[in-house]
Design a protein around this ligand. Structure first.
Ligand code: C5P
Length: 220
């Protein structure tokens, strides 16, 4: 039997990261933050002063970059041996990530890196195309969303807590633009996967969302 996967897709700020991480911990399963892979590539591209629209150059970096996800508490992400955990959280990095993520060859170059996370006893995978492209055979698929206003406020709080200098109005616009790009792109757009359970977290606490997810996977 194939290693089980729970896919959690949805727009930014829906709570996917927090929920997926908590779910993985509860189940004792591995965790894939696929957005962090796109963000790390965005950072690598920026550091190399490469034009994000130069697909060949971006693919080259995607294929050669070395990413390590350390599962300490708190977890750390290393790009070519250097820690980048906090650096990739900026909205600027998210925005560059969503630009390079629109290119098919870039997505293709990152596909296997993501599938490699599927290991015993199971995987919780967080992203935009987890249930549609990366793990289409996942037995459990969730689409987590929330109103645009709630999502912007959550991201704002998250970034503030990390000490970032953010402006709610500007952040709301950047998130809306990023979501629009993610939904309208032709390559692996953000859509509700066939067979996914839709959860709107606007009026739910994180614990309530986690409880619903656990119900969906049968309290494993
Ligand atoms: O999830 P996160 O906000 O960290 O993702 C950053 C960006 O990376 C998204 O806006 C999206 O453009 C891209 N992404 C993607 N496919 C994924 C995960 C993230 O295209 N599976």
């Amino acid at each position: 039997m194939k290693v089980p996967v729970i896919t959690i897709d949805g727009p930014s700020g829906a709570g996917k990261g927090t929920v997926s991480r908590a779910l993985a911990k509860k189940l004792g399963w591995h965790f894939l933050d696929s957005g962090a892979i796109y963000r790390s590539l965005a950072l690598a591209v920026t550091q190399a002063a490469v034009d994000p629209n130069d697909i060949d150059a971006v693919v080259k970096i995607a294929s050669s970059m070395e990413l390590e996800f350390e599962t300490n508490d708190p977890p750390r992400i290393l790009l070519n041996g250097r820690e980048i955990t906090d650096q990739i959280q900026s909205e600027e990095c998210g925005s560059t990530a969503s630009k390079i993520a629109a290119y098919g060859p870039v997505r293709q170059a990152l596909l296997q890196k993501q599938r490699d996370f599927r290991r015993e006893p199971g995987l919780v995978a967080d992203g935009r195309d987890m249930g549609t492209v990366v793990f289409p055979d996942a037995p459990y698929k969730i689409f987590l969303t929330a109103s645009a206003e709630v999502r912007a406020k959550r991201r704002y709080k998250q970034l503030k807590e990390k000490g970032a200098d953010v402006n709610l109005e500007r952040l709301t616009k950047e998130i809306e633009e990023r979501d629009r790009r993610d939904k309208e792109r032709t390559e692996a757009p953000l859509i509700i996967p066939d067979g996914a359970v839709l959860i709107d977290s606007s009026d739910l606490t994180i614990d309530q969302v986690i409880a619903r997810c656990l119900d969906i996977v049968g309290g494993k």
